[in-house]
Each structure stands twice: as C-alpha cells, then as structure tokens.
Design a protein around this ligand. Structure first.
Ligand SMILES: [Zn+2]
Length: 344
C-alpha cells in the first residue's frame, strides 16, 4: 500500500486570504505559515492512500492537499456546529470540541477525496487518516473506519485522543539515532500470530532531482511541478525509515560473505549493511534522474523513490527479516510510505 502524508501548518480559524490557491511557484506554506498572534497554531497531517500517477509520479499534488484541508477547516468553522469553549471553567471538556472538529473536518475531506477518486478511477485514492498535532505531546488521530488496520469497534470514524501518550506520537517519541523497536499494537493480531517486534532503522541521504515528464509540454510540466521542474534540478536531505518484522527469539542474522562463506552477525548490522549497499550507495549524493537507472524513465517523486527503495529492499532482506514498510521523507512536511499488505 502506498500512502502520501502532507503536514500542513495553519492557524485556526482560517482567514479568507488563506483560501486562494497558491501559484505553482509560490511557497504559500513554505515554513511555519503566516504568524497570527491570537490564533491557534495547528499542524495537521493528511495521509492519502492510492496508486501514483504512472506518468507524473504523484499520488496527489501536495498543494491540493494543503488547500483542501484549509478549505475543510474553514467550512467546518463557518458551520458553527463545533463547541469552541476552551477551558474547564466553562464546564465543557475542551477535548469534546476538538474531537468534533477533527471528525467534521475529516468528513468534509472524505467527500472531497471521494470526488477525486471518482475523477481518477484507476488510482484507488482515499483518505487514510487525518492527524491533528495540537502540541508536541498531544495529538488527535482520525482513521478511516474500514481501511485502518486498527481494530474498529464502531461503524463511524474514531477520534483517538493521545494526550499523555507520547509513544503514539512519532514526532515526540524518543528515537534512538540508530534503532527503535516497537511491539505490534494490535491485540486482535496477537491472538493469531506469535509475538513479534517491528524494528525501525533510520537513515539519511542527500540527492538532487528534477521533476519532469517527457510526455508533457513545458507548460504542463511547469504547471504541475512548479519550481521542482527547473532545468538544473534541486536537492533534498531525505530521511529513510526501514521497518522489518523480527521474531523476538531471532536476534541473529546471517549474511553471505564472499571471503568466508556465511557470516553470523546481529540483525541491525545486517540491515545496515543491506541498506547501505542496496539503497544509500545508489542514491546518496546522486542526481537521481541521471545517475539511477530506475529514474531515467520514472519521475523521481517521493512516492516513486519510496516504491523503488521498497522493491530493492524486498529483494535483498533475508526471509527472517521481512520488510514491513519503507518511509521516505522529502521534507519534514512531506513523506511517502509503502506498507506491506498481507492478504488473506
Ligand atoms: Zn524536490
């Protein structure tokens, strides 16, 4: 499953000036939004699932994702149905209003993404989740009721307040620079499968790319890709997260060593070695369009980079360490995830 996540930084309530669509080369949401002293600063993360455009390589245009979220927030606020009381002195639980606001925004967005899905029927696009990062240790998460992997007890979307549970929050969780291991969260899965861990390792690489489709006119390329279409290319410091499942009892991996036959090494060393050989040596300090065979025909969007890295690692990791997901961050605000989906 391919997902694209876009973090949009905004101030609530939305002002009219925020509702116009930015030009292709305009950095409307370039850093932290336009500060407004008495407004509520918010970070919201929209995650959509689907198939990337086979030509352009985008799952969706992040400018549209920003715009649709801002418009949905404005629409819900204008309806006036959400209690905005802010403190217990009013006798109202402020989280009640936050739950209702997020759920209402998600419902507006779901209708928007359903419309997009109808316009692009081959792409299976849907709103997977919407996360509201209220403050560093507090997030609210809305997930699609049927498609989320979380056990769902109701037929309506569920808002999960995560106050005081920073472990639910990937931004505030302490992540060791080398490794973090998390137990699988699903109790229903635990009934059917032996206990296992997911191990996530984080890497970085710097690379340049140019987003451009030979099949499209210069004008269409500029319109779709904006500044990312400039002929000389531009660079990013990418972050890569590789997650594998590992049985608790398996602490040791094996690696084919040319000189000494099979070498016994720990699994982190093994994964590091494979990621270095298969991914970082191919991508780090490269111009992706020219230096990487896969991107000579394929547009090197973050969606396509994540899919190519997933394919490389699927082929390279041993069966004892099955790949669960690959996440590539192009910036702090935009990332794509390819997640293994077990069928049946
Ligand atoms: Zn770029």
């Amino acid at each position: 499953m391919l997902t694209l996540t876009r973090q949009t930084r905004l101030y609530l309530p939305i002002e009219a000036a925020d509702l116009t669509r930015p030009r292709a080369d305009e950095n409307r949401w370039w850093a932290w939004g336009r500060p407004r002293p008495w407004a509520s600063y918010a970070q919201m993360e929209t995650t959509v699932a689907g198939v990337a455009d086979p030509v352009g390589g985008y799952l969706l245009d992040i400018r549209d994702m920003d715009q649709w979220l801002v418009a949905a927030c404005a629409e819900v606020h204008a309806l006036g149905v959400v209690p905005m009381a802010t403190g217990v002195e009013n006798g109202v639980d402020p989280w009640l209003g936050a739950d209702q606001f997020l759920q209402a925004v998600a419902e507006v967005l779901e209708r928007r993404y359903a419309e997009v899905a109808r316009q692009r029927p081959s792409r299976s696009i849907y709103l997977h989740q919407l996360l509201w990062r209220l403050a560093p240790p507090a997030t609210l998460l809305w997930q699609h009721p049927e498609r989320s992997q979380r056990p769902s007890h109701t037929s309506t979307p569920a808002c999960v307040p995560a106050v005081g549970h920073p472990a639910l929050d990937p931004m505030t969780k302490e992540i060791d620079p080398v490794t973090s291991a998390e137990s699988l969260p699903s109790a229903s899965q635990a009934n059917h499968q032996p206990p296992s861990l997911q191990l996530t390792l984080q890497y970085e690489f710097a690379a340049a790319h140019r987003l451009h489709c030979q099949q499209w006119s210069e004008e269409q390329n500029r319109d779709v890709f904006g500044k990312c279409n400039r002929a000389s290319g531009h660079g990013h410091n990418y972050r890569l997260e590789v997650t594998v499942a590992c049985p608790i009892s398996s602490h040791v991996g094996r690696c084919e060593s040319a000189a000494e036959g099979t070498e016994q090494i720990d699994r982190v060393t093994l994964i590091n070695r494979i990621v270095n050989q298969q991914v970082l040596e191919r991508l780090d300090h490269r111009f992706l369009n020219l230096d990487v065979a896969e991107f000579q025909q394929l547009n090197p969007t973050v969606e396509n980079i994540a899919q190519v890295v997933y394919a490389w690692l699927c082929q390279s990791l041993p069966a004892t360490l099955p790949l669960q997901s690959v996440r590539v961050y192009e910036t702090d605000k935009t990332w794509a995830t390819v997640q293994r989906v077990d069928r049946g």
